[in-house]
Design a protein around this ligand. Structure first.
Ligand SMILES: [Fe+2]
Length: 251
């Protein structure tokens, strides 16, 4: 199955400040859709959770995964666990959650899912915190919370030699994975290609690509056979989050 095409023109720049906020649900959350695939329902968005937000308070699950990287603020679950800026989690489909979610100080996050997040309510949850239903089946597993800063940087043969990555999650069946990438200041290359379609969002620094220059907050996507952002160089260095779809043969 070919990977979703998240933006109309691959390798171009999607800049959040050029997109309007739209309401998401009925509890005050708003979002800017960065990438979206009509056919599969894959969506990656910048999401804003207002100060004092309190979720519906009803346990539920979805038919799609939710993959989250926290940019600022915090979200609490069950009054005890905090997701703060720099935290990552991967919540597969069919994980019961949402019993008690709050954001006292508000939050912003990059949230990605592979389909509509319709609410399937569980009125009598079996456990007080997130737990998988028997129907749960995901090659990445349920990653409840990961402090990205604690993951060691490493080199990876799938990337240019000077790049370093922090692995965040990986689907052992399909090879899809999510990583943090760091490009050192002054890096330039003749170009390389990816075996998988990708999406990425700049977190720090900047970089120059084939079709645009990218700064903090900028998002892009491209098919297998292109380099992430069409990256050619980075003057000041760059950190970005990279979502890789399952590898596919390049024509
Ligand atoms: Fe949910």
């Amino acid at each position: 199955m070919p990977a979703p095409q998240m933006i109309a023109e691959p390798l171009t720049r999607i800049r959040p400040s050029e997109i309007d906020w739209e309401p998401l649900g009925t509890h005050g959350i708003t979002r800017k859709r960065l990438g979206y695939d009509e056919e599969t329902g894959y969506v990656t968005a910048l999401v804003n959770i207002p100060v004092g937000w309190h979720g519906g308070g009803v346990a539920h699950y979805h038919h799609a995964f939710e993959e989250v990287f926290m940019l600022s603020g915090s979200v609490t679950v069950g009054g005890t666990h905090y997701w703060r800026a720099g935290d990552y989690f991967f919540r597969p489909a069919h994980i019961v959650h949402g019993h008690d979610e709050r954001a006292e100080e508000g939050a912003t996050a990059l949230i990605r899912s592979d389909g509509p997040l319709a609410l399937l309510l569980v009125h009598d949850p079996a456990e007080p915190d997130e737990y998988p239903l028997p129907s749960y089946d995901d090659g990445r597993g349920h990653l409840y919370s990961l402090k990205v800063e604690d993951v060691e940087w490493r080199s990876d043969a799938a990337f240019p030699a000077e790049w370093r990555i922090r692995p965040l999650s990986a689907d052992e069946r399909t090879g899809a994975r999510t990583v943090m990438v760091e490009i050192p200041a002054g890096w330039t290359t003749w170009g390389s290609v990816r075996l998988a379609a990708w999406e990425a969002c700049v977190l720090e620094g900047n970089l120059k690509g084939e079709k645009a220059e990218f700064e903090v907050g900028d998002y892009s996507a491209g098919p297998a056979g292109t380099e992430v952002f069409g990256a050619l160089s980075s003057e000041n260095g760059c950190r970005f989050i990279l979502w890789l779809f399952a590898p596919e043969p390049v024509a």
